[in-house]
Design a protein around this ligand. Structure first.
Ligand SMILES: [Ca+2]
Ligand SMILES: [Ca+2]
Length: 321
């Protein structure tokens, strides 16, 4: 039988030491004094004899666990025992944050001015002085992610652990917001479609588009065809498209009063179309074209009897818009 006694000495940030015998070595340990005794009835020193575990506190940065006062009986070579036990002597360094990095970028990196940064999809990984790392995404703070300003190129991600703060930078792209001021134009919205309403027959395209102030570009289409002659008459059903950067887009459908045909004028043919629609002979009147019939707007109805009456009266010069 061999028996080894000794003492565990700790310093610094080390606490809560526990010892367990390995490979059938019996062990007793007094946590208060640090004294331990380890023995085995039959055995050699050619094997691990104990496990030592401890916790590392948060104060300070380093500490140590050492075995001292080694005494043996029945073993001939104390040097060898010391050598075995020395392997357990440890210098302990507190686990400490050394940095963070964005290991997976967020799904969205392109923004419109004024939007807030969205971290969805982003993974932030913290690294430590012991070589370990962990995902800390949900504990990070986005320092400057709200109300993104035009031409901002990055946001700063910050993470703090045990008083140590580290930052990482995520590159983004922020483009100018599409701003539109339609001036005195009357905008009407129905079924999520925006109309430019109440335009008088005979109005030129330029008189409408010229009132629009925007950071984007203004184009006007009849069907799929872009109309470049700004002196042409604007007609019901034409589409004004305002486009900004990064696919920002706003569309307006034009409604010219009394122009049910789309040629920009209110005449007999429009009147005939309205009369035929009301008689059920023409069912092809809808959207902006139907809206154009609303000459008497106060009845909240399109193509009503009073709209028809007003149409006739305006046409013959007895009434105006
Ligand atoms: Ca017409
Ligand atoms: Ca009406």
């Amino acid at each position: 039988m061999g028996l080894i006694s000794g003492k565990i000495v700790t310093s610094g940030i080390v606490s809560n030491v526990t010892l367990t015998g390995k490979n059938n070595w019996n062990l007793t340990y007094n946590n208060n004094t640090g004294a331990f005794i380890i023995y085995k009835a039959v055995g050699t020193m050619e094997e691990e004899i104990m496990d030592i575990q401890y916790t590392v506190g948060s104060e300070g940065k380093t500490g140590s666990v050492t075995i001292s006062e080694i005494k043996t009986t029945k073993f001939t070579s104390t040097d060898y025992i010391s050598e075995r036990l020395e392997n357990i002597t440890k210098l302990v360094t507190k686990k400490e944050l050394t940095g963070i990095s964005i290991t997976t970028p967020p799904t969205k990196v392109k923004y419109i001015q004024g939007e807030n940064f969205n971290k969805a999809g982003m993974v932030v990984t913290a690294t430590y002085n012991d070589g370990n790392s962990q995902n800390v995404t949900n504990s990070c703070t986005i320092l400057d992610g709200n109300g993104l300003t035009k031409n901002k190129t990055s946001v700063t991600i910050e993470y703090t652990e045990d008083g140590i703060t580290k930052q990482a930078i995520q590159t983004i792209q922020v483009t100018e917001k599409l701003e539109i001021d339609v001036g005195d134009l009357n905008i009407k919205e129905e079924n999520n479609i925006k109309y430019i309403n109440d335009i008088l027959p005979g109005t030129k395209i330029n008189n409408v588009t010229g009132q629009i102030e925007t950071t984007g570009t203004v184009k006007i289409y009849k069907g799929e065809t872009q109309i470049t002659d700004k002196n042409a008459k604007i007609g019901t059903g034409m589409k004004i498209v305002i486009e900004g950067e990064e696919n920002q887009k706003q569309e307006y459908i034009v409604v010219v009063k009394g122009d049910l045909t789309g040629d920009g004028e209110m005449d007999d043919i429009d009147l005939l179309k309205l009369a035929r629609y009301k008689a059920g002979l023409d069912t092809n009147l809808n959207g902006a074209y139907l809206m154009a019939s609303d000459l008497y707007a106060r009845d909240n109805e399109y193509a009503s009897d009073i709209d028809l009456l007003k149409f006739v009266r305006i046409l013959v010069g007895l009434d105006n818009f």
